[in-house]
Design a protein around this ligand. Structure first.
Ligand SMILES: Nc1nc2c(c(=O)[nH]1)N[C@H]1C(S)=C(S)[C@@H](COP(=O)(O)O)O[C@H]1N2
Ligand SMILES: [Mo]
Length: 247
């Protein structure tokens, strides 16, 4: 925590308060038994503000065993190949240049580099990735909870959706509840290794509660918004895929 690179408008104590508010529960939760007892659900996912969702327990999806991971089962699926994020994100010098922008209806918009993200609590999940094109793979993703990032930027009460922008121009839009789900992460690791370029380096979305097309790779911007702009439901959603994309 003390090496967290703080955005200028937050002092260290404020940031610790924001992060500490309820991350302790999730830190304790890495083997999840305590939390699965407090089963919640996703009713009225679009009607609740950040403040309400933050205190509301959400149903946790059971993880797969490590032995179930099949590194060869993960197919690559991108509509337009792997983009060049500052010239290929996998290279160390390019990773240093990468910035994640978090903006929109938030009290503290931020730009974070990968080092700052590394100072946040890290988590991992072994889950099934399901692509509607008819393949699935059990993968381990590692990174930070989107929820912890939200605690830093503090979405306003007006925020109801989250938009994701990617380096290949892919877009996604999510309901706030799914974005704040404790198992929704921005991953920079896959199967215990640094995330490969083709799978979305340096940062991609991962969650066991949504289908593959909701899981944006090469994420560069996260925007909390009160409404989804016209034409902004998402790359595939605008072509007819179902918007919620739940599993
Ligand atoms: N930016 C971006 N993210 C994306 C896609 C894409 O084309 N561009 N394809 C989606 C689809 S349909 C799937 S199934 C998964 C595939 O992830 P993978 O290539 O790591 O297997 O990425 C999703 N995220
Ligand atoms: Mo997919």
């Amino acid at each position: 925590m003390n090496r967290l690179k703080l955005p200028s408008h937050l002092n260290r104590r404020q940031a610790i308060q924001l992060l500490g508010m309820s991350s302790i529960g999730y830190l304790l939760n890495s083997c999840s038994s305590e939390f699965t007892a407090k089963v919640g659900d996703l009713t009225e996912p679009l009607n609740q503000s950040f403040g309400e969702l933050l205190v509301k327990p959400q149903l946790l999806i059971p993880e797969f065993a490590k032995s179930a991971i099949d590194p060869k089962a993960l197919l690559l699926n991108s509509y337009d190949g792997t983009p060049e994020i500052v010239g290929g994100a996998f290279l160390k010098e390019n990773r240093d240049k990468y910035r994640l922008t978090i903006d929109g209806e938030v009290k503290f918009p931020m730009e974070l580099n990968l080092n700052a993200l590394k100072q946040l609590p890290q988590t991992s999940i072994i889950m099934q990735h399901v692509c509607v094109e008819g393949w699935a793979a059990i993968v381990q993703w590692g990174g930070v909870r989107l929820r912890d990032l939200a605690k830093m930027v503090q979405p306003k009460d007006s925020a109801r959706y989250v938009l994701f922008q990617s380096a290949d121009k892919y877009t996604e839009s999510w309901d706030l509840a799914s974005a704040l789900h404790p198992q929704t992460i921005l991953a920079d690791r896959m199967n215990g290794e640094i995330l490969p370029d083709d799978n979305g380096a340096p940062l991609r979305l991962a969650t066991p509660i949504k289908l593959g097309y909701k899981l944006s790779k090469w994420v560069t911007k996260v925007s909390f918004v009160s409404q989804i702009p016209k034409g902004g439901k998402g790359y595939w959603e605008e072509q007819g895929y179902e918007w919620f994309g739940g599993i």
